[in-house]
Design a protein around this ligand. Sequence first.
Ligand SMILES: Cc1cc2nc3c(=O)[nH]c(=O)nc-3n(C[C@H](O)[C@H](O)[C@H](O)COP(=O)(O)OP(=O)(O)OC[C@H]3O[C@@H](n4cnc5c(N)ncnc54)[C@H](O)[C@@H]3O)c2cc1C
Length: 382
Amino acid sequence: MARVLILGGGFGGLAAATELRSTLPSSDEIVVVSASDRFFMGFAKLWDLAGVRPLDRGTRSLDALGHRAIRFVHAEVTAIDPGSVTVSTTSGDFSGDALLVALGTVPSPHHLELIAGRGHNLYDAAELPAMHAAMESVTSGRVLVAILGTPFKCPPAPYEAALVVVDRLRQRGVRDDVAVDVVTPQPMTLPAAGPVASRVLAGYLADQGIGLLPGRVVSSVEGEPPTLRVRAGEEQLDCSVLLVVPADKAPPVVEASPLTGPSGFIEPDRTTLRTSYRGVYAVGDCTMVPTATAQLPKAGVLAATEGRVAALNIAADLYGGEGAVFDGHGMCFLEVPGRRVAILEGSFFAEPKPDIHLTDPSEANFERKQAYERGLLAEWLD
Ligand SMILES: Cc1cc2nc3c(=O)[nH]c(=O)nc-3n(C[C@H](O)[C@H](O)[C@H](O)COP(=O)(O)OP(=O)(O)OC[C@H]3O[C@@H](n4cnc5c(N)ncnc54)[C@H](O)[C@@H]3O)c2cc1C
C-alpha cells in the first residue's frame, strides 16, 4: 500500500487528490493536509463584492473529501523534509511514498505593514464586510486600487475589482462624485499576456472612466484618509478608500524548507512539476515557473492543471507508465461589467514569447465561468 501526501486543499491540491483517487488502487492512501477546512474560488470573492452572490454560496467544506476515500487532515504544516518525504503538522508527523506541495502563498508581511490598517487587502475574504461598508458609504474623493508589488495572484483581478467598484458607485448614484484609479508598479496591465491584451484591458478601464497609473511603486501610506507616496518622483496619491493587492510570498513553512529556490518560491521542472527530491512535486502559487519573457501567472486554472499533471506523474513513479507533461497551455477569465467575461487563452510556454489571445467579452463566457466553478466543485467536493 502506498501513501501520497498532498499539502494544501486549494486548486492544486484538490485537482491532484481527485486525479490520484481515480488513478491509484483503492488500497493506496491519499492524505490532504490543509490549515483551512474550506475551499472557494478566488473570483467568488469578487462576486461577493459585486453583489452577484455571497461568498458562502460558493464555499465548500473539505470534510467532503472523506466521502471520496481521500483522508482530510485539518492541520497546519509546520515543517517539510523532502529528503525523507516526511512532514510535521499540528496533528502529528506524516511520512509518504510521494509528496505534493500545493500550499499557495501568503501576502507580503512588508506590504501589510505598509498599509497598517489604512486600507483593505482586496484579496482577503475576511475584509469583505469592511469593503462592502466602505463601498456603501463613500460619496466623494477617490477609490484607489493599489497593486503594491509582484508577483500577485490572478493578474486581471485588481482591474476586475476596479470595474466592480465603478458598477457599485453607479448603482448608488455617486459615480460622478467618486474617481476610481488603479496604481501598479508594472508597466502595463497584463505583462504575462503581452502588450496587445494589456491595451485591450486598459481600453475597458478607460471606457469606464477608470484611471490607470502604471510604473508606480508605492513606498509609504500615511494619514487617514490615506495618502500614498510613490517612489520615483515624489508623487502623492490621496484617496477616500484604499483597496490594496499585496505581493505574494511563499508560505513560511515552504520558505524554511530546502525546496525553495532563489526566487523565494519552489522551482520544479516546468513540464513534470517534479522537484529535485525523489517523489516530491510542487504546483500552483507556491511555485515559480519561468516562461520565455517572465513567469507563469499565479492562477487557479493553471494550479489545477499542474495538479493533475503532477498526480499522473506520481502515479507513474509508483506503478510505471509514461506520466504526463504540462505544456504551459492555460486560460484565465477577465470579467467586465454587465456579467460579461473575456477569456485570455493560449500557450504561456510559447517561444520567443507567450502566445496569449484575449477574446471579446460575452454573456456566454460568463456562463462558461459559472460552469467552470460548478463543474469543479461537483468533481472535487459536492
Ligand atoms: C480576488 C481573486 C480572484 C481570482 N480570480 C481568479 C480567476 O478568475 N481565475 C484563476 O485561475 N485564478 C483566480 N485567482 C487566483 C487563484 O485563487 C489562485 O491562483 C489559486 O487559489 C492558487 O491555487 P493553489 O492551489 O496554488 O493555492 P490555494 O488555492 O491558495 O491553496 C493553498 C492551500 O494551502 C493551505 N495552506 C497554506 N499554508 C498552509 C500550512 N502551513 N499548513 C497547511 N495548509 C496550508 C491553504 O489552507 C489552502 O488550502 C483569484 C484570486 C483572487 C484572490
